[in-house]
Design a protein around this ligand. Structure first.
Ligand SMILES: *[C@@H]1O[C@H](CO)[C@@H](O)[C@H](O)[C@H]1NC(C)=O
Ligand SMILES: *[C@@H]1O[C@H](CO)[C@@H](O)[C@H](O)[C@H]1NC(C)=O
Ligand SMILES: *[C@@H]1O[C@H](CO)[C@@H](O)[C@H](O)[C@H]1NC(C)=O
Length: 376
């Protein structure tokens, strides 16, 4: 046998052994029953312990805990492991935009994704090498996220806790928006461990129902936004090598109320996780939901079904039941074997019913559902 054939066979066998025995399969187990949904209301202290582990597991409506990642970022491995992103989205009747700057430790990624209703979604992105880094904000409400090069510009600036500008441009797109909220607006601050030891975790703040105005220009098409709704997904996290999520996010006006929906299925350390980030927000008020599962319908592949695993609401959380109707799917796959990022982003409409001890209401809003798998 020729030497190169032997080498090729040996490489394939080695890759197979690494894949099966070392990398293994990811933890895709989901919660199939209710958990306590611990509210860490008014808790004061540091999010991380002195050794860089997550100190709490649960959720809050307002952030009262202190995020100081110095213990992690003081080492090179820590810096490489910390995954951060500031992601903004607006879902209007005619256009959905997602704009973000993400920092994966070994490179950064700025992107703009645009979905004009019933058109093919488009994305523009820039992979940013280590020697050309942008900066990311100190918290969801303080500081500045910024990247600029000759071909791509993003700038998310907090002027105060309730007022920020979201600017992004390249040669095809020009986004210039103001995001405003009020001090009473509740949000989903989430602290979730990925492992028992709490050394891997997801710390996020999702703020929905920002009032948005400004201009979006896509090539030669101009959209003027006035009193639309926007959201922020602010994440600082340490992941297992294989990660992923199913994340549903929607917003819209329905029967004179501003309604937002956030459903999340992350990999979880089952016996260390004390809350999920599933919730509905009506104007300023957040309704915590019990554990929600989302699944593609077996009857129609363009429909996803979601429901709380407990069907009955209680004093700590409500229940939900509904569907997501997919209009378009955007695929963004990078597969370098050891590094993978496989994103299926579905755009469409949510419809459903929420029930709490106070009664129930229906909603119909626009948004998206992401299915993501990664090795990083
Ligand atoms: C962004 O970079 C370009 C050159 O690459 C420069 O001309 C421009 O002034 C910069 N803008 C800001 C706001 O820094
Ligand atoms: C968590 O579950 C694992 C098995 O999945 C078990 O080995 C471990 O002892 C449990 N830890 C706690 C704190 O209950
Ligand atoms: C949801 O989908 C998963 C994976 O395909 C499947 O294992 C599970 O049984 C489904 N659950 C329901 C309630 O359909």
């Amino acid at each position: 046998m020729k030497a190169w054939i032997k080498l090729a066979i040996a490489t394939i066998i080695l890759a197979f052994i690494i894949e099966k025995c070392i990398i293994g399969s990811p933890n895709t187990e989901r919660f199939s029953k209710s958990i306590i949904q611990k509210n860490l209301e008014n808790q004061i202290g540091n999010i991380l312990t002195e050794t860089g582990k997550l100190q709490y597991s649960g959720y809050q409506l307002f952030p009262t805990l202190n995020w100081n990642p110095n213990i992690i970022t003081s080492t090179t491995t820590g810096r490489l492991r910390l995954k951060k992103w500031d992601f903004y989205a607006v879902y209007t009747e005619s256009i959905t935009i997602c704009v973000a700057l993400a920092d994966l430790g070994y490179f950064q990624n700025a992107f703009i994704t645009i979905y004009e209703k019933n058109q093919e979604p488009i994305t523009y992105e820039k992979l940013i090498p280590l020697w050309d880094q942008g900066e990311l904000s100190d918290s969801a409400e303080v500081g500045k996220t910024f990247y600029n090069s000759s071909s791509f510009f993003v700038s998310f600036t907090n002027y105060n806790k309730n007022y920020k500008t979201i600017i992004a441009r390249n040669d095809k797109i020009d986004i210039d928006l103001v995001f405003e909220k009020n001090s009473e607006q509740e949000s989903m601050v989430y602290l979730g461990p990925f492992n028992e030891e709490m050394t891997q975790f997801f710390y996020s703040q999702k703020i929905y129902n920002y009032k948005v105005h400004g201009i979006i220009i896509v090539e030669n098409r101009k959209y003027e936004l006035n009193q639309e709704l926007g959201m922020l997904d602010w994440v600082r996290s340490i992941w297992p090598y294989q990660g992923g999520w199913i994340w549903a996010s929607g917003m819209g006006k329905y029967e004179d109320k501003n309604i937002a929906l956030n459903l999340g299925e992350l990999l979880k350390a089952k016996n260390a996780t004390e809350a999920t980030d599933d919730c509905i927000i009506v104007d300023n008020k957040l309704i915590k939901l019990g554990v929600v599962n989302a699944n593609k319908s077996v009857k129609d592949e363009n429909i996803w079904e979601f429901y709380t695993v407990n069907s009955e609401p209680n004093e700590k959380f409500g229940s939900i039941e509904g569907t997501f109707k997919v209009e378009k799917i955007f695929y963004k796959n990078i597969n370098l074997w050891v590094f993978q990022s496989l994103l299926h982003q579905h755009f469409g409409e949510f419809e459903g019913k929420v029930t709490t001890l106070d009664g129930s209401f229906n909603f119909k809003i626009r948004g998206m559902l992401e299915v993501y798998y990664c090795r990083w």
